[in-house]
Design a protein around this ligand. Structure first.
Ligand SMILES: Nc1ncnc2c1ncn2[C@@H]1O[C@H](COP(=O)(O)OP(=O)(O)OP(=O)(O)O)[C@@H](O)[C@H]1O
Ligand SMILES: [Mg+2]
Length: 387
């Protein structure tokens, strides 16, 4: 058995304490808040997480998003109790759980690899944890019936995992978490083994599941589309540090630094280097050959005149329109079905524009465009922080 399977089973066998009262979907879970305080985790000589704080409200769907190796799984596993913390505390439903056994945390964990028991039917896989902890038969039947109804597993209950597709297996793995009626659901890249179509389907199902259950969910992924679509709030991580924590709309529209700005969005946010010129009560962003009045920009602090900075503008805020002030040669056209990404060579910088028009445009054509100045982001070039 793989290490991950072992861990999954450890949490599985731990079972979930309490909550056997018959109730409808609303009573299935008792959503708990999760507070991570000043968490530091060292693995060997490696400090993976340092002084991290995270507050997850009861019933939230929080996504931990970041590149490979940034510490997402480590953080999730520490909440689950699978890793010893070096320093700091983890509270679940207001209770200090830092050193509590995984089985006492009222959590359920779903991994990327389904870790199903190959010799057991779907039904027995679903009920395994409950049978181990001595849940009465009628209660097991009730919970399995409800989970299989929610996840449309009814016709599959008698099958073995080998007779299921990847998506069906992952549904069973999620079902196994549901029957345990946990207060907090933890997911570690549960969809990443599936093909693109299944991923989108299961992603929608997960979102609906969250809406029906109202459970607290913490979900790890490095897929920005999953993060944007699923999260009530998302934490963008890098090198064990949360770079920004907010709603997907906030993080997308007002990234706190250059890393977040370029990590989210397809194509990535356009970045132009320049300086800020403050004169006679006005502020202009200037690249030398182009100026934009950014006086209305909500600066956190009044910027110094001449400050080197980076202007960020999303591709959908680069508008192609006849008669617009800026001109550039088209360097590439990417048709996406319902829109096109037009790449422009703007003074040697590749600028992407998401274009919904059907205007004929080919490589080498000159296009007129403008930047929507109300939606730009400005960053300090030196540290990358949002101005
Ligand atoms: N047992 C260990 N000993 C030392 N370092 C470790 C150990 N386990 C993980 N690490 C390191 O901790 C860092 C964070 O790992 P983690 O698995 O949490 O990343 P992740 O964000 O989940 O990445 P991925 O997206 O690839 O799953 C990595 O740099 C990894 O090499
Ligand atoms: Mg991981």
């Amino acid at each position: 058995m793989t290490n991950v399977a072992n861990m999954a089973n450890a949490v599985d066998m731990a079972g979930v304490a309490g909550s056997s009262d018959a109730a409808d979907v609303a009573g299935l879970t008792n959503p708990a808040n999760v507070a991570v305080r000043n968490l530091t985790i060292r693995l060997g000589a490696n400090t993976v997480i340092e002084n991290l704080d995270l507050d997850v409200r009861a019933g939230e769907f929080v996504v931990l998003l970041g590149p490979s190796g940034c510490g997402k799984s480590t953080l999730l596993h520490s909440i689950a109790g699978l890793i010893d913390v070096t320093d700091g505390a983890i509270e679940i439903a207001g209770e200090d759980m830092t050193w509590a056994d995984p089985k006492d945390r009222r959590i359920a964990l779903v991994f990327q690899s389904y870790a199903l028991y190959p010799t057991m039917s779907v039904e027995r896989n679903l009920s395994f944890a409950l049978r181990i902890n001595g849940t009465p038969k009628a209660e097991i039947a009730r919970r399995v019936a409800r989970a299989s109804e929610m996840l449309q597993l009814g016709p599959l209950l008698k099958r073995k995992p080998a007779q299921l597709s990847g998506g069906q297996r992952q549904r069973v793995a999620i079902g196994r978490a549901i029957v345990r009626e946990a207060d907090v659901f933890l997911f570690d890249e549960p969809l990443s083994n599936l093909d693109a179509k299944l991923r989108t389907e299961l992603r929608r199902e997960l979102k609906q599941l969250h809406q029906r259950l109202g459970a607290t969910m913490i979900y790890v992924t490095h897929d920005q589309v999953e993060a944007m679509t699923l999260a009530t709030r998302m934490a963008v991580m890098r090198g064990g540090v949360i770079q920004q924590f907010g709603t997907p709309a906030e993080v997308y529209a007002r990234p706190d630094n250059l890393f977040v700005a370029t990590f989210l969005g397809t194509p990535a946010m356009n970045l132009l280097k320049g300086t800020l010129e403050t004169r006679e009560g006005r502020v202009h962003f200037s690249t030398g050959h182009w100026r934009l009045d950014v006086s209305a920009y909500p600066f956190k602090n009044t910027p110094a005149n001449g400050l080197p900075c980076v202007l960020g503008v999303r591709a959908e805020d680069v508008r192609l329109a006849e008669g617009a002030s800026e001109h550039a040669k088209v360097s590439l056209v990417e048709p996406m079905g319902n829109h096109r990404v037009i790449w422009l060579d703007y003074h040697g910088v590749q600028v992407a524009s998401i274009d919904q028009t059907k205007t004929p445009l080919a490589i080498g054509d000159t296009a007129a465009f403008s930047f929507d100045s109300t939606h730009v982001s400005l960053f300090d070039e030196a540290g990358g922080a949002r101005l």
